[in-house]
Design a protein around this ligand. Structure first.
Ligand code: ADP
Ligand code: TZP
Ligand code: MG
Length: 256
C-alpha cells in the first residue's frame, strides 16, 4: 500500500516550492528531484503568489534570515495560506538569535500544516527549555511530550527529528526509529527531510499518516545510504531515493 502511494507520487512528480537557505538549497533540490518530486526555489517576493499557485506543496526554512529572505518568506507563506497549499515550516536554529525567534513568531501567527525541526528547535517552539548549539540539537528530555506540546501549541503536525523521529498531531505521537548516525554530520539532512515531507503531504491520505510515511521512508533511505563513510552518504542517499520504492518498501512497512 505504502509502496504504491510512493510510486504514484513519483508518477505525479509534485512541484515543491522550497524557500531554503543559501547553504543547502542545492542539496534540497537534488533530494526532491531524486525522490521523484519537482523542486522550485523562488528568490523574489514579487513572484511568490504566481509560483505558489503553480506549487503542489510549499516548504519554508529560516536558515538564512536577512531582510530580503524574510520578505520572501512572508510573501510565500501568505500566498500558501491564501491558496490553501500544504505548508511546512523548518525553524532552523530558532534558539540561536532574537532575529530568528522574531521571524518564527511572525510566521507562526497564522496556520501551518507541519513544523519539522530537531529536538532543540521543537523545544523552543513548545515553550520548553532548549540546549541547541546553532543548527545542532542538544540533549533534550521527554521528546514525545515536547513534540506533542509543540503540535498543540501551534495547532499543526510536528516532526521532531533525531536518532528517533517523533511525529505528532498533539493527540497521537508516534516514535519512528531509523536514519543513520552519519545524518546529523551531513549539513542539510533536516532541510531535505522538511522539503521531502512537504511533497508527501500531497499524498491522498490523512496528513498525519502522510507525515509518518514520509518520515519512515526518509529514515529507511538514510539507513540504506550508510556504507560507513561520511563522504559517501549524500550521493548514496540520492541513489537510494531514485531507486524504485519496491527496493526498500519492506523496510518502510516493517517500521510502522
Ligand atoms: N543520531 C542519529 N541517528 C540516526 N538518524 C539521525 C540521527 N540524527 C539525525 N538523524 C536523522 O537525520 C535527519 C535530520 O534530522 P536532524 O539532524 O535532527 O535535523 P537537523 O539537520 O535539522 O538538525 C532525520 O531523518 C533524522 O532521523
Ligand atoms: C549551516 C547552516 N547555517 C544556517 S542554515 C544551515 C543549514 C542547516 O541545515 P540542517 O538544519 O538541515 O542541518
Ligand atoms: Mg535543521
Amino acid at each position: 500500500m505504502e509502496v504504491q502511494l510512493i510510486t504514484s507520487l513519483q508518477q505525479r512528480r509534485p512541484l515543491v516550492l522550497a524557500v531554503t537557505n543559501f547553504i543547502t538549497a542545492g542539496a534540497v533540490a537534488n533530494c526532491l528531484s531524486a525522490a521523484g518530486m519537482s523542486p522550485l526555489m523562488p528568490s523574489d517576493p514579487a513572484e511568490a503568489a504566481e509560483l505558489v499557485a503553480l506549487a503542489d506543496a510549499v516548504v519554508v526554512n529560516i536558515g538564512s534570515v536577512g531582510a530580503e529572505q524574510a520578505a520572501l518568506l512572508r510573501a510565500v507563506v501568505t500566498a500558501a495560506r491564501q491558496l490553501k497549499k500544504p505548508l511546512v515550516l523548518d525553524p532552523v536554529a530558532v534558539g540561536a538569535s532574537q532575529a530568528r525567534r522574531q521571524l518564527i513568531t511572525e510566521l507562526l501567527a497564522g496556520p501551518v500544516t507541519l513544523i519539522r525541526g530537531n529536538a532543540s528547535e521543537i523545544a523552543v517552539l513548545a515553550g520548553a527549555a532548549s540546549h541547541g548549539h546553532g543548527i545542532d540539537a542538544g540533549d533534550e528530555p521527554n521528546l514525545a511530550q515536547v513534540a506533542a506540546a509543540c503540535a498543540k501549541r501551534h495547532a499543526c503536525l510536528v516532526v521532531l527529528s533525531g536518532p528517533v523521529d517523533y511525529v505528532s498531531d498533539g493527540q497521537h505521537t508516534k516514535a519512528l526509529p531509523g536514519g543513520s548516525p552519519l545524518m546529523p554530520k551531513v549539513v542539510g539532512t533536516g532541510d531535505m527531510l522538511s522539503a521531502f515531507l512537504a511533497g508527501c503531504l500531497t499524498l491522498p491520505m490523512a496528513p498525519l499518516a502522510a507525515a509518518e510515511l514520509g518520515t519512515a521512508y526518509f529514515g529507511q533511505a538514510g539507513v540504506q545510504a550508510d556504507d560507513g563513510q561520511l563522504g559517501h552518504w549524500l550521493s548514496n542517499f540520492l541513489t537510494v531515493l531514485a531507486q524504485a520504492p519496491h527496493d526498500f518498501g519492506k523496510a518502510v512497512q516493517t517500521n510502522d
